[in-house]
Design a protein around this ligand. Structure first.
Ligand code: AMP
Length: 482
């Protein structure tokens, strides 16, 4: 028998779950302040992880760093940045739900191996990390963190015992690890960027003056005044040192499978990934949603901030005016104090409030980017109805989320996914919408305009993952890194 739907919890994904991390790197050939540029790069990537962050920096090959729990401006003060001297740096913003926050798990990881000191920052999730870890532990390896990134560090160290060529060490490591990864590595004075052979997570290259930069998203380049050069190819290794760049193209040769959820939700709308603008994808998703699931109404409204762009697209296509009906408190961040039981009932209200003047007596189409557990939709519809909406029609600019993600987006086990357990009609009833519709997978795949065709992982919607996922995953998975 199906479990009854429970909307009592305060789970709000924006606060609790945000699994994709952000990575940044710079090889400074000018007279920029390396640490400060990295800081601003990370600031622009804060949306990719709010649990912890860190910077590792190399001065004449000697690596130091600073990291901690908290947002970028909480972890780094001017004084700390001043202490971080050097000309090559990497940085990381992280969010992970499992294992809780612990300083050991913050990145970049700095480790010493036969080839010297190295620092590593990782966005993504390996699917064979626990297997490798057990094998290494059987051979006597010790681990200080519960992240799969440390497994990568350990493999690099071991491969470094057999050969001294950095590319060979990295290639051998890539032969063993499976899953999603965008890595930035600091090896003495060399900045390295690596994207997994499927290109599941984003990584791009930019230039400012004579200095190269790497980042998860190119919105980080705009902030620091760098020019976007290109995306790192799936399976590519780039080595940057002394103002020159060497690219080692993949010998792994897998089909490109970029995570479509980055287009739907994770990436910033002012970024473009693999040739497609995130903003345009969301606009297009809204337009296609209006074509697929029209409904008569007086106003189209987006759930701030995740549903706004698709709502504008829906409004343009349908001709129904776009309006603001929900006001977001912009100052509620990750750190807001957990409410008491009494306030808990109104937890969405702490973040969002309804504009009665706009809503009363109207038929509203409310657009959000996704429904995961259903908690948010239920509360928002309740809020709109309490403010006098005559009808509330919910439209979602992505398909029903039916499957977990094993590759770095925190869409956890099936039991928490409302669409995996209930029909669309059951969900509609339970969130109290007058009508409910999702975007089809077919339309979704048309939204990243300019991206290569068929280059997406749609596993969370279709269950079709680019690689075979080990049976045990989801049960005894190592702490998901990010
Ligand atoms: P839910 O209440 O679980 O249905 O959450 C849906 C809301 O959370 C939507 O407004 C999305 O913008 C956002 N969201 C969807 N997936 C995620 C995720 N993996 N991490 C964080 N937030 C998410």
């Amino acid at each position: 028998m199906k479990k009854p739907l429970d909307f009592g919890s305060t789970v709000n994904h924006e606060d609790e779950i945000h699994e994709a991390c952000g990575v940044f790197g710079i090889s400074n050939m000018d007279d920029f302040d390396t640490a400060q540029i990295t800081y601003f790069g990370l600031y622009a990537l804060q949306h990719r992880g709010q649990e912890s962050c860190g910077i590792a920096i190399s001065k004449n090959g000697e690596i130091t760093g600073h990291k901690g729990i908290g947002l970028v401006p909480e972890v780094f003060s001017e004084k700390i940045l001043d202490r971080l001297e050097g000309n090559v740096a990497i940085g990381h913003t992280r969010y992970s739900t499992t294992g809780g926050s612990s300083v050991e798990n913050c990145q970049p990881l700095i480790f010493t191996y036969k080839g010297g000191k190295m620092a590593l920052a990782h966005n993504g999730n390996l699917i064979n990390a626990s297997k490798i870890r057990y094998e290494l532990e059987d051979k006597g390896a010790i681990f200080q963190t519960s992240t799969d990134s440390e497994v990568i560090a350990n493999l690099i160290s071991r491969n470094g015992l057999k050969c001294s060529d950095l590319v060979e060490v990295l290639t051998k490591t890539m032969e063993v690890i499976e899953g999603a990864y965008a890595l930035v590595i600091l090896a003495k004075n060399t900045l390295v960027g690596i994207r997994d052979p499927w290109g599941m997570r984003p990584l791009c290259l930019g230039k400012i003056g004579n200095s190269y930069v790497l980042a998860s998203e190119n919105c980080a380049f705009d902030v620091i005044g760098a020019e976007f050069i290109r995306d790192i190819d799936p399976g590519e290794i780039v080595l940057i040192e002394g103002g020159s760049i060497t690219s080692i193209k993949s010998k792994f040769n897998k089909p490109h499978r970029f995570c479509i959820f980055e287009h739907i939700y994770f990436a910033r709308p002012d970024s473009s990934i693999d040739g497609a603008s995130i903003y345009r994808s969301r606009l297009e998703a809204g337009k296609l949603l209006a074509i697929e699931s029209p409904v008569e109404a007086d106003m189209v409204v987006g759930v701030p901030d995740s549903g706004i762009t698709a709502a504008i697209g829906y409004s343009r296509q349908s001709g129904i005016p776009y309006g603001e009906a929900l006001i977001k408190n912009r100052y509620v961040g990750r750190t807001f104090i957990q409410p008491t039981q009494q306030l808990r009932e109104r937890s969405v209200g702490i973040k969002l409030n309804a504009l009665r003047e706009e809503i009363e007596g109207k038929r509203i189409i409310i657009i959000d980017d996704s429904i995961v557990r259903g908690t948010t939709s239920y509360k928002i519809i309740q809020m709109l109805k309490n403010a006098g909406a005559k009808e509330v029609h919910m439209r979602i600019s992505s398909p029903p989320v039916l499957n977990p993600c094993y590759f770095g987006i925190d869409i956890s086990s099936k039991e928490h996914l409302i669409a995996a357990n209930y029909s669309i009609e059951e969900i509609r009833k339970s969130i109290n919408a007058d009508t409910l519709a999702f975007l089809s997978v077919e339309s979704l795949l048309k939204t990243p305009i300019g991206a290569p065709v068929n280059c997406f992982c749609t596993g969370c919607f279709t269950g079709e993952y680019p690689m075979k996922v080990p049976m045990h995953l989801g049960k005894d998975i190592l702490e998901k890194n990010c």
